[in-house]
Ligand binder design. Structure first.
Ligand SMILES: Nc1ncnc2c1ncn2[C@@H]1O[C@H](COP(=O)(O)OP(=O)(O)OP(=O)(O)O)[C@@H](O)[C@H]1O
Ligand SMILES: [Mg+2]
Length: 287
């Protein structure tokens, strides 16, 4: 079996590289023929064209692609915030047509309620989900536990205006994790963080995901992050009318250790494969 296994959604699929066991994993989250047009002053703008993606339960998927290609739009459609113009999303046998507590979103631009403290921002989500399942004390412990995971214990009673952008992003991650979502949708969650905090949070997310087996879709611009965290890397073509270009299956054993992987030839092959897609096959004219 080749190290790098590519699956293309185009008809020109290279059968020898398609992983066969893939076919036996039941689909949990299914995007079929998703296209979207946004109305603009100059007429309809087709951002996505025929996006197809089958995701199994517990899979960690990264979406990578150049700025503006449509990554956030895909995530917003799965979140139920945008409606596809054609095609649709099925989650666990049910069509997604609105947001729901089974899908927690960490937005690209942190989205805390400014009139609530960090603690209260997490609390509002926890109360909505666990009101009947946890006692007041359990809820308090759960909120503090999740804020602790992202190293925000010291500032949990501050307001969003009193903390940095990276700290706001961390509270957003804590809020999403605290919801124990079936599907965790993260739009460049670690982009605004310093390298050390980012590494720490990546490790936490990997641990939590392996404990809870949630299905994760994460958008990233960071090739190392994509390879380290993902089971599959979905590489999008450039927009307009962007689609799935290639899907790279990352078959590195878990748990993964970033230091050990740094010199791992297989890890570096995956990394090179993503870089080649971005900077050769999807190179933009201005580059
Ligand atoms: N509500 C909207 N109305 C009109 N056009 C939109 C809307 N949302 C997104 N677009 C357009 O759709 C395209 C894809 O946008 P999207 O935000 O999904 O890109 P992205 O891949 O997430 O980019 P980045 O990496 O910069 O975050 C862009 O050309 C954008 O201008
Ligand atoms: Mg985006």
């Amino acid at each position: 079996m080749s190290v790098v296994q590519m699956m293309k959604t185009e008809p020109s699929v290279d059968e020898t590289k398609v992983t066969k066991e893939e076919d036996f994993q039941p689909t949990f989250l299914d995007l079929t023929g998703v296209s979207i047009e946004f109305p603009t002053k100059k007429g309809a703008f087709k951002a996505l064209d025929n996006v197809n993606l089958k995701i199994a339960k517990g899979e960690f998927i990264s979406i990578i692609g150049h700025s503006g290609c449509g990554k956030s739009t895909v995530l917003n459609i799965v979140a139920g915030l945008y409606k596809a113009t054609t095609g649709g999303v099925i989650l666990n046998g049910k069509e997604v047509d609105e947001p729901g507590p089974d899908r927690a979103v960490v937005f690209q631009n942190h989205s805390l309620l400014p009139w609530l403290t960090c603690y209260q921002n997490v609390e509002i989500a926890v109360k909505a989900i666990f009101k009947k399942k946890k006692t007041k004390r359990e809820m308090k412990e759960w909120i503090e536990h999740n804020l602790h995971l992202v190293h925000m214990d010291h500032a949990m009673h501050k307001y969003p205006a009193e903390i940095s952008g990276g700290m706001k992003q961390r509270v957003g991650i804590a809020r999403a994790l605290a919801m124990e979502p079936t599907v965790l949708l993260m739009d460049e969650p670690f982009g605004a963080l310093d390298a050390l905090t980012r590494a720490h949070l990546q490790d936490s997310v990997m641990e939590i995901q392996s404990d809870l087996n949630n299905t994760v879709i994460m958008i990233t611009h960071d090739v190392d992050e994509a390879v380290l965290l993902s089971d599959k890397i979905v590489m999008m073509t450039n927009g307009p009318a962007a689609s799935v270009g290639e899907i790279l299956k990352v078959e590195l054993e878990r748990p993964r250790n970033r230091l050990e992987l740094a010199n791992d030839p297989q890890y570096n092959k995956y990394r090179a494969e993503v870089l080649k897609f971005l900077y050769e096959r999807q190179r933009r004219p201005q580059e």
